[in-house]
Ligand binder design. Structure first.
Ligand code: PLP
Length: 465
């Protein structure tokens, strides 16, 4: 049966086409079923014959139906085996499926930003300006490494704030860490096969490098970062590190160790991948300059992101390649296009050029410092000496270590959920999962100060009473 809505912008022939197609794919119309004649359906729907004919011709051209001379139109045979594969997954991924995910009153996710912190009005204004100014550029693919003006802004920002020394032509604008690593891995695979990573560390690096057939070598993390002696005793020649704020434990690699790491790379002909993901958010003392700046000619790939201060949903990050790897990049990726929208890149470029980025940074640092202080105070208030805080003073999360509590991580998470509090597993950041430690990651970026305090109070009740 047809219900034809004459409102809306979709043409009538497209509505008829869609309905028939869906009825065929869902099995409602079985193979060999004869469709109403063009004349009858047009009469039934009060539309012109041309409208129905147009829809039938499209369905015919795509093979959903066929016509028999002097007889009419019939539904084609489509193998049900392929139908179930092609049709049913659509509903499995529908918004309804996502809607079933439980929403918690208190969510300590470690990578969530403060709702409402994105400069919506300003972004809209700049975006509209870019839209009007770029009619020619919108008609074609944009620069493979990213918009040049944006790369110049990033270069200046990195030199000024992070001590990174590079040229705009060394910068590649990417759509996040996964994108950067997916470019780096095949480049490095030409000459390397063993990949060392901090353990614990960010899960995406292990997944990407494993997918590119690297052997993975977990390197323990000490109170001053990656265990260098351990690294030196492996046969790895590529290492992924977060030296300015180790993820997830929060320690800083001192300059002595940075120099030793650089020396290791020079000795073994190795490559350091420096992930400087949240260096903007340091709440005490001076920012820690990037490792790359200590040896700009070395084999150091520097990675940064706009996800921690602006928005993780924007999907804009960047990577600085040393010249040694740039030529390989240009050879292997010559046919690739950028994954990042030109309009968003230009808007960001303008945002930086007009001084809004620096202003936004200052605002965000103040905002997140308040949240950081709120969670520290709340833990001290509710837990007293029954908990240690690991990795405070920077970023958007801390690690909480319970004292005199024998619950393992799964039990901690489950008990928290019973109190409507969502926690993120720390053990999943280890290469070999060990959930026996009484430690948990607590992100504070996405919660108000009041929610932080109430959430921490509920955690104490969940675990100690
Ligand atoms: C260690 C680390 N690196 C990088 C990122 C940023 O990733 P992306 O740029 O893909 O948003 C995160 C985000 O949480 C992170 O924890």
């Amino acid at each position: 049966m047809f219900i034809l809505d004459h409102n809306g912008q979709q043409p009538l022939h497209a509505k008829i086409y869609d309905q028939l197609k869906n009825q065929i794919l869902s099995g409602e119309l079985s193979p060999k079923t004869k469709l109403l004649s063009i004349k009858n359906l047009a009469g039934e729907l009060s539309v012109s014959r041309n409208t129905v004919e147009y829809a039938y011709q499209q369905l015919c051209a795509e093979g959903y139906i066929y016509s028999k001379p002097r007889s009419g139109y019939y539904v084609s045979f489509i193998d049900p085996e392929f139908l179930s594969a092609a049709f049913h997954p659509i509903s499995a991924y529908s918004p309804k499926a996502f809607a079933n995910e439980k929403v918690y009153a208190f969510d300590f996710h470690p990578a969530c930003l403060s709702p409402g912190s994105f400069p919506i009005n300003l972004w809209r204004k700049l975006y509209t300006e870019c839209l009007k100014a770029s009619p020619k550029q919108l008609a074609f693919y944009s620069n493979q490494q990213g918009d040049f003006a944006l790369r110049c802004q990033i270069q200046k920002y990195l030199a000024r704030s992070r001590g990174v020394s590079c040229e705009p032509d060394q910068i590649i604008v990417c759509s996040g860490l996964q994108d950067s690593l997916s470019i780096i891995a095949p480049i490095l695979r030409e000459n390397h096969s063993n990949f060392a990573m901090e353990d614990p560390g960010h899960f995406i690096s292990k997944t990407v490098f494993r997918n590119h057939s690297f052997s993975l070598m977990p390197i323990p993390v000490k109170s001053d970062g990656l265990d260098l002696e351990f690294l030196q005793n492996t046969n790895s020649t590529v290492v992924y590190v977060t030296p300015s704020h180790q993820f997830p434990l929060g320690c800083v690699m001192p300059v002595v160790n940075r120099l030793k790491l650089i020396n290791w790379a020079e000795t073994v002909g190795g490559v350091i991948i420096e992930d400087d993901y949240d260096s903007e958010l340091r709440y005490f003392g001076k920012p820690i300059p990037a490792l790359q700046g200590l040896h700009p000619q070395g084999n150091i790939v520097y990675i940064g992101t706009f996800s921690k201060v602006l928005s993780p949903a924007l999907r804009i990050s960047y990577m600085v390649l040393p010249y040694q790897l740039l030529s390989l990049y240009r050879r292997l990726f010559a046919d690739y296009s950028t994954n990042v929208s030109l309009l968003e890149q230009r808007t960001l470029s303008m945002f930086m050029e007009q001084g809004y980025w620096e202003r936004h940074l200052r605002k965000m640092r103040t905002l997140y410092k308040k949240k950081h202080d709120a969670i520290i105070q709340s833990i001290q208030h509710h837990f007293g000496d029954q908990a240690n805080i690991i990795g405070q003073g920077a970023g958007l999360h801390i690690v909480l270590e319970l004292v005199g509590n024998s619950l393992n991580e799964t039990e901690l998470i489950n008990r928290a959920q019973e109190k409507n509090v969502k926690l993120f597993s720390l053990s999943s950041t280890y290469l070999h999962k060990n959930n026996n430690k009484s430690q948990i990651m607590l992100g504070f970026g996405g919660m108000s100060n009041h929610e932080i305090d109430r959430g921490i109070e509920l955690l104490y009740q969940a675990w100690y009473s």
